[in-house]
Ligand binder design. Structure first.
Ligand code: SAM
Length: 239
């Protein structure tokens, strides 16, 4: 406590010195809050960020929004927001989730995932707060980010927003992948991309099986990212 107080006094003193002596205004760094999940930029998530950036750059000539199925605490939504705000074109971002935790897996997801019902419980308000506390501008969230709560089985069949330029699926389980692909693939714009979080990873047998089953009936097939351990599919452009 004493050291924290001394540290704060020292920072204040240095800020005043910089202002009065050199005319420099140094921004006050907000104190870290114990109740906020600060998103990490570890090796895996940094490479995932680069992967998102590279697919969004490929999509520069494709009109449409970004849709994510599987919002969880909002780390990928945050990455899409930063990339579309600063590195590529601005796009609407729509996130689908129960926002009440993940529904039960089925036998296709393997015994190692059988206990995960209810994981990732983050309400819409909680995700909004996390995006804001991690630094996303409130005006950007209000204008560009929207959430649709509910089970995919109930919400996705009535999707009626813009064509989808990027569909990101981070939904862990077989049935969720099946539903998301069945309902949203028709809304993906020609030249648009569907990116998968779990495809090809042995810990997610249901996700891999659902993607393979879906695309064995289509011309497209998954390709691996150059920068990270993730796969995606590019929808054929109309001829
Ligand atoms: C791994 S988390 C997503 C993590 C997030 N993309 C991130 O980067 O922080 C998976 C999410 O998918 C959601 N989900 C999975 N199946 C669903 C379904 N059938 N209906 C609605 N939400 C579902 C869960 O509620 C959970 O929040």
């Amino acid at each position: 406590m004493l050291f924290r107080l001394m540290g704060r006094r020292l920072r204040t003193g240095l800020r005043l010195l910089a202002r009065d002596r050199f005319g420099l205004e140094i921004a006050r760094i907000p104190e870290k809050r114990a109740d906020v999940w600060y998103y990490e930029m570890n090796e895996k998530l940094t490479r995932r960020f680069l992967h998102f950036e590279s697919v969004l750059r490929v999509l520069e000539d494709v009109d449409g929004c970004i849709v994510e199925c599987g919002v969880g605490p909002g780390r990928s939504i945050f990455a899409f927001a930063i990339i579309s705000q600063y590195l590529t074109r601005p796009r609407d971002i729509i996130g689908f989730d129960t926002f009440e935790g993940i529904p039960p897996p089925t036998a296709a997801d393997g015994v190692e995932n059988a206990h995960k019902t209810g994981w990732w419980r983050h309400s819409v308000d909680n995700v909004g707060d996390l995006l804001k506390h991690n630094g996303l501008a409130e005006s950007f969230i209000a204008e560009k980010v929207s959430f649709v709560p509910g089970l995919f089985e109930d919400t996705l069949p009535s999707y009626d927003s813009a064509p989808i330029a990027l569909l990101h699926l981070d939904v862990d389980f077989y049935e969720s992948y099946k539903t998301a692909l069945r309902e949203l693939w028709p809304h993906v714009a020609p030249g648009g991309i569907v990116a998968f979080d779990e495809y090809g990873k042995s810990v997610w047998p249901g996700a891999t099986r659902a993607v393979d089953e879906f695309f064995c009936e289509h011309e497209e097939s998954p390709v691996k990212s150059d920068v990270a351990d993730y796969y995606y599919v590019v929808k054929r452009r109309e001829v």
